[in-house]
Design a protein around this ligand. Sequence first.
Ligand SMILES: NC(=O)c1ccc[n+]([C@@H]2O[C@H](COP(=O)([O-])OP(=O)(O)OC[C@H]3O[C@@H](n4cnc5c(N)ncnc54)[C@H](OP(=O)(O)O)[C@@H]3O)[C@@H](O)[C@H]2O)c1
Length: 274
Amino acid sequence: MYRLSRLSKYGRVASPRFMSSAGNLGGRVAIITAGTDGIGLAIAKRLGQNGARVVVSSRKQKNIDRAVDELKSIGIKVLGIPCDVADSEQRQNLIKKTMKDFGSINILVQNAGVNPHLLNIMETPGSVLDKTYGLHIKANFQIVQEIFPHMTKSEHQGSIILTSSIIGYTSQLIPGAYAITKASISAMVRAFTPELMNRNIRINCVSFGGIDTSFFQKVQQNQPFRDSLLSYVPMKRFGTVDECAGFAAYLASDDASYVTGENFVIAGGLYSRP
Ligand SMILES: NC(=O)c1ccc[n+]([C@@H]2O[C@H](COP(=O)([O-])OP(=O)(O)OC[C@H]3O[C@@H](n4cnc5c(N)ncnc54)[C@H](OP(=O)(O)O)[C@@H]3O)[C@@H](O)[C@H]2O)c1
């Protein structure tokens, strides 16, 4: 156990308490957006297994029901709430219902992403840029602002994780709008860091390489793009959702209490320069 004794304009920053071993999230409440499939569901599972009560959310009720059943079947305390992260009212409802049913919010994993077209950048219409901007930049920005007052009420250090993509740090022919807006997330994290730090909240970005999910299946249908991507991966394979979940669980826990404002890459050795 150690103490942080730095003073900020808001007062003394609370000391984290290391209660036991790595990844202990007992007493925490975690919201995982886009948490009903793929990487988000694996993260929800791992946070739940480490003791957190989890809220899984996505747009479709049938996906929520399936994820809730799966998590409950392994003993995780879980709530399912529909929310399209791009919709302001639905975000407010997600936060309000979580506070009502679980009483606090300590961890946010904002994991929703959209890649509407695999187009060359010169052929990409403004509407595609608007859509990716709306989710990756505007919605991320707003959900952090919206969750902030609730996280500051907790005795636990808050942890916010925004998910991004290695594509934002590479030079690929496609998909430009996705790459540009995803890459902006690491800049957003740095911009939020000082103010959140003063209120005992950490914020980090995790950028994935090719991870085997249904989202990535669609990408893999473009064989030349898939082959070109794989040829750059030093490990010569794509990743699994469990290889993402453990790292998110670390960032969510007090083991990462001195880690904020960073971008981490999970991409089988792919070089990144955020
Ligand atoms: N897999 C990869 O190779 C890879 C690589 C780099 C980055 N990423 C990023 O990692 C994140 C997760 O991807 P994944 O591969 O795990 O995807 P996935 O397996 O296809 O799952 C996507 C999840 O997102 C939900 N969702 C989609 N749009 C949403 C929205 N607007 N609001 C709320 N939920 C939404 C879906 O449920 P509903 O349909 O019910 O909404 C589903 O639960 C994304 O941000 C993606 O950009 C993935």
